[in-house]
Every structure is written in structure tokens, then in C-alpha cells.
Design a binder for this molecule. Structure first.
Ligand code: NAP
Length: 247
């Protein structure tokens, strides 16, 4: 389904990004696994992909650092003919009530979850413009729409990604590049594992499907959006949340 395409997935060493990398590789894309701190885990993802005959390249860089992003994408040039699919997935949380929120908690979350999309997309876009084909997928969150106590920084960043998605989709539509967002609900990863049990239980009670989602359940949507089957979808948000938020 993605044969001949190269996909860069940020934050692909763990969680949702890892699942997206594996599922895109299963669909025959060459996958660039970006990571920052989890080198062993990133290598493990590469091994899994190569284990089923897929192609994967490791790329360590900090998505929140514009110079690092530029240099890393340039360094990839000799290894890949182009970058056709970009998944802006890397993210962090620094949860705390707004009254206690330090400027650093605000800045780190905005830089890693939102500014990163600007840096990485700008670095990768020339490839897509040249090919007159591209897929940009931004991983937002249900909290962009619902808000959440303790997550003013995170919800702001994730809501920012929605405006980014919709506006960039308009600018790039004429170039045959689609830009969409996925808004996951409560998905089983390290990010949600560290939530207090009380918060987890409260979430589960609110989810009509009665369980947390799996990273693969987000990854399948990303594969679809990256494929030719999604050629008429742009500027939209797909919610993957077990019914947590209804429209
Ligand atoms: P996770 O398990 O904590 O994994 C986060 C990933 O992001 C890791 O691979 C990490 O890499 C990478 N990362 C963090 N900071 C980075 C940086 N500065 N540069 C490069 N990579 C960086 O998180 P997750 O749950 O899979 O979340 C993935 C995305 O989905 C995030 O954007 C998150 O906000 C969003 N999301 C998650 C949920 C959920 O319920 N889990 C719900 C809605 C939205 P290293 O470990 O190598 O540093």
C-alpha cells in the first residue's frame, strides 16, 4: 500500500510512534525512526521491521531544536531518495495545575509538541513540493477538544496542531499534499502508564468502549491517511478514542 514511499515518524522509539513505524513498514514504506533518549528501543523497532523484511533507518534528533532538525534531515539525504510521508508524533507531558505551572513546563511542552511540527515540516516539505505528492499527519489529542485539568500546556499545544493542520492543508492542497490530524483518546503507552490510578479509572469510566486503545489502533488510521486510499481527505481530524468524545 505504501510501496516506494519513505516515511519519517518522529518519536518512533516507543508508544504510538513505534506502532506507526511498524505498521507503515508492514505496508512496505521505508521508515525513518526518529528518537531522542531511547536508543535501545529505537534499535529494537528497526530490528522488528527488518525481521519481517522491511526497511528502516534510525535518526536521532531533538524535534524541539530547529538546528538539530535541519541538520538531521540534511544528513538523511544520501540515505533516502525523498521523504514522502511525515508523521509529527513526538510528544511529552509536564502535567500540573496552571497555578503551579512553571514557565519551563509551558515552554518544554509547547516546543516539543507544537514548535516541532513547524521545524520538521519545514525541513521535509521541499521533498514533497518537488514530488508534487505528500502526506503530513499530525498527532493531536482528544484534550485539544475537551480540555483537561492539569494539562493547560499540553491541551494548548495539541489545539495548536489542529490550527496548524487546517491552515497548512489549505496552503498545500494545490500541490497534492494532504495534511490531516489524528486525535487519539486514552491509548496504552508509557505516557498514560505514568498517570495516577485514580485518573486512569476516571478515564476508563468515561470511555463507551470500556477500555484503553492500543497504539496499533492509532497506527492503522495513520497508514490509511498516508495511503492513496485517503487521496481526497485533507484538513481534517480523525478521532480515535473509543467514543470518549462525541460530536
Ligand atoms: P510515549 O510513549 O511517551 O512516547 C513518546 C515518544 O516521543 C518517544 O518515542 C520519545 O522518544 C519521543 N520524543 C519525546 N520528546 C522528543 C524529542 N524532543 N525529540 C524526539 N523525540 C521525542 O508517548 P505516546 O503515548 O506514544 O504519544 C505519542 C504521541 O501521541 C504524542 O504526541 C502524544 O501527545 C500523543 N497522544 C498520546 C495519547 C495517549 O493516550 N498515549 C493520547 C493522545 C495523544 P525517546 O524516548 O527516544 O526520547
Amino acid at each position: 500500500m505504501l510501496e516506494g514511499k519513505v516515511a519519517l515518524i518522529t518519536g518512533a522509539s516507543r508508544g504510538i510512534g513505534r506502532a506507526i513505524a511498524i505498521e507503515m513498514a508492514r505496508s512496505k514504506a521505508t521508515v525513518i525512526i526518529n528518537y531522542l533518549g531511547s536508543e535501545d528501543k529505537a534499535k529494537e523497532v528497526k530490528e522488528i521491521i527488518e525481521g519481517f523484511g522491511g526497511k528502516a533507518i534510525l535518526a536521532k534528533f531533538d524535534v524541539s531544536n530547529p538546528e538539530e532538525v535541519k541538520n538531521a534531515v540534511k544528513d538523511l539525504e544520501p540515505q533516502v531518495p525523498s521523504i514522502d510521508i511525515l508523521v509529527n508524533n513526538a510528544g511529552i507531558t509536564r502535567d500540573t495545575l496552571f497555578l503551579r505551572m512553571k514557565e519551563k513546563d509551558w515552554e518544554d511542552v509547547l516546543r516539543t509538541n507544537l514548535f516541532s511540527a513547524f521545524y520538521v515540516t519545514q525541513a521535509v516539505l521541499p521533498y514533497m513540493l518537488k514530488n508534487r505528492w505528500g502526506r503530513i499527519i499530525n498527532i493531536s489529542s482528544v484534550v485539544a477538544f475537551s480540555g483537561n485539568v492539569g494539562q493547560v500546556n499540553y491541551a494548548t499545544a495539541k489545539a495548536g496542531l489542529i490550527g496548524f493542520t487546517k491552515s497548512l492543508a489549505l496552503e498545500l492542497a494545490g500541490r497534492n499534499i494532504t495534511v490531516n490530524a489524528i486525535a487519539p483518546g486514552y491509548i496504552q503507552t508509557d505516557m498514560t502508564e505514568k498517570l495516577p490510578d485514580k485518573v486512569k479509572e476516571a478515564f476508563l469510566k468515561e470511555i463507551p468502549l470500556g477500555r484503553a486503545g492500543l497504539p496499533e489502533e492509532v497506527a492503522h488510521v495513520a497508514v490509511f491517511l498516508a495511503s492513496d486510499k485517503a487521496s481526497y481527505i485533507t484538513g481534517t481530524v480523525i478521532h480515535v478514542n473509543g467514543g470518549l468524545l462525541r460530536w
